[in-house]
Design a protein around this ligand. Structure first.
Ligand code: ADP
Ligand code: MG
Length: 482
């Protein structure tokens, strides 16, 4: 997304800090529950409410989720990490500090690959992943004069995943978030529901002339949808170019995204690490991991999207694009594979991505609540492959399967849709159509090939769509020559 300004091209530089809520029944340092949507202040322990003298106890599940995510990002796992206090005052932070990791995070450098629409791959560096607590929530819309505080979220485990400034377009930022979410969903470490706030992004944007050093960045806080992230980047990069070209300079600051106007506006000047007076939390020992335990977690990882994509391309001869679409979520990949096993992978991909996805989208459904099972799609594909029904008929059969949940074979039988393989019957239909359109057929004889398709269509109509179009075509050609 180069921007063309008055002074020529500008390059946009983007780095993302994603806060991902860890899937775990209990919080990072307390046993309180984490379910979304509970009554305010019903999932709060004394630790989360920062009662005097309460001590944090680390939750092993949250640690293993962070390590597994790090492994999924092919990142270094730091066997020794340290929890620090990040001090600031806010109504929804009763302790006056958030327990986080600063200089020694649990996960170091890794990588994430973007599957670009043209089939190529772009690699984005992961700087680090650290564990921290979420804060509570201030509710400003419950009363005209009062603000309320809900501490249910206080102490829930978050992974902060920081990228290198490696992205160059809003589209790449969107692909990054999708891929990160896909990996975490495969792993079951974060549900990735941005509309419930379990995944949110701080978007860092700067602009520069191609080849110049990095420009000063602005950070747009807590953007909670893919579309907003992209809109924020579009707006913010243009704003910066206009300022610089107008002779101004960019002030490093923290900004907010205004979703109503698709703009960003200043929130505060950039905070620095020293503003938070970070220091190691005296209530917690350094976190030391057993390398054998990390290896066990590594061995137990599921097959992740990149590996699955490569395998689908290899085993089912899929294009990078098709394989990428099919592995984007685990359910879709499993569905596709259940149909494709032992069948023509490309053919099955067409049925699943074209016919099934089209119908699911229209009905507002996902693969997991598809009214047509993988086995049923397999049956339909077989009926086409062995010539029992034509591809055209199969689409109608699919409609009915989708609407009624009935099997392909049952529908074909009940409706008598079996393709006519009796060449005598097809020939009779062809002769009938030729007799009724003798002049037109003369033109076909004279070499007007374009008309042949029209004749095929007429014969298909005459046979109620049950003839095989390829053989009709072939027989018509013979007649035209003979
Ligand atoms: P902080 O913790 O103060 O926000 P970091 O150095 O950790 O600062 O960087 C945060 C994010 O900003 C990272 O995702 C990084 O890639 C991104 N970033 C750093 N410099 C730039 C820049 N010049 N333009 C765009 N993004 C940047
Ligand atoms: Mg930041």
């Amino acid at each position: 997304m180069a921007i063309r300004g008055e002074t020529g091209e500008w390059e946009v530089v983007i780095g993302l800090e994603v806060h991902a809520q860890i899937v775990s029944r209990a919080k990072l340092f307390s046993g309180a529950a984490t379910a979304f949507g509970a009554e305010p202040n019903t999932q709060v322990s004394f630790v989360d409410a920062a009662f005097p003298g309460m001590l944090p106890v680390i939750n092993e599940v949250c640690v293993s989720q962070a390590v597994r995510t790090g492994l999924g990002l092919e990142a270094e796992i730091n066997l020794r990490s340290v929890f620090d206090r990040k001090n600031y005052f806010y109504a929804d932070l009763p302790a006056g500090y958030q327990i986080s990791q600063y200089l020694q995070p649990i996960v170091g450098k890794g990588t994430l690959t973007l599957d670009m629409p043209d089939g190529t791959i772009k690699t984005v560096g992961i700087t680090r992943l650290h564990l921290e607590q979420d804060a509570g929530k201030s509710l400003h819309d419950q009363d005209p004069r009062l603000s309320y505080v809900d501490l249910n979220r206080s102490g829930i485990a978050l992974m902060e995943i920081v990228s290198e400034p490696d992205m160059r377009t809003a589209e790449e930022a969107g692909l990054y978030l999708k891929k990160l979410r896909s990996i975490m969903r495969y792993l079951g470490t974060c549900d990735g529901n941005m509309d419930e706030g379990s995944m949110r992004a701080d978007v860092n944007v700067s602009v520069r002339k191609p080849g110049a050093p990095l420009g000063t960045r602005c950070e747009i806080k807590n953007v909670n949808s893919m579309r907003y992230v992209q809109q924020a980047i579009e707006y913010e990069s243009r704003r910066q170019v206009e300022i610089i070209e107008g002779g101004g300079t960019i002030a490093q600051e923290t900004r907010l995204f205004d979703s109503r106007q698709s703009t960003t506006r200043p929130m505060r000047s950039k905070e620095h690490a020293h503003d938070y007076r970070y220091f190691p939390d005296p209530d917690l020992l350094p976190l030391v991991l057993d390398p054998e335990w990390v290896e066990e977690l590594r061995r137990a990882l599921p097959e992740l999207p990149d590996t699955k994509k490569a395998r689908f391309m290899r085993e089912y001869s899929l294009t990078p694009y098709d394989a990428g679409v099919l592995v984007a979520d685990r359910e879709t990949a499993a569905y596709y594979e259940a149909v494709a096993r032992g069948r023509d992978g490309k053919l099955v991909a067409n049925w699943v991505m074209g016919e099934l996805f089209g119908r699911l989208n229209k009905a507002g459904k996902s693969v997991s609540d598809s009214p047509v099972s993988a086995a049923a799609v397999g049956e339909l594909v077989d009926l086409v492959a062995d010539g029992t029904i034509s591809g055209r008929t199969a689409k109608d059969v699919f409609d009915e399967m989708f609407a009624t949940g009935k099997g392909a074979r049952a529908i074909v039988k009940a409706k008598g849709l079996t393709q006519i393989t009796d060449t005598g019957a097809i020939e009779a239909a062809i002769d009938g159509v030729i007799a009724a359109n003798a002049e037109k057929f003369e033109q076909v004889r004279a070499g007007k090939d374009a008309l042949l398709g029209w004749f095929v269509g007429q014969v298909m109509k005459a046979t109620g769509g049950k003839a095989n179009p390829a053989s009709v075509n072939e027989m018509l050609r013979k007649k035209a020559k003979g």
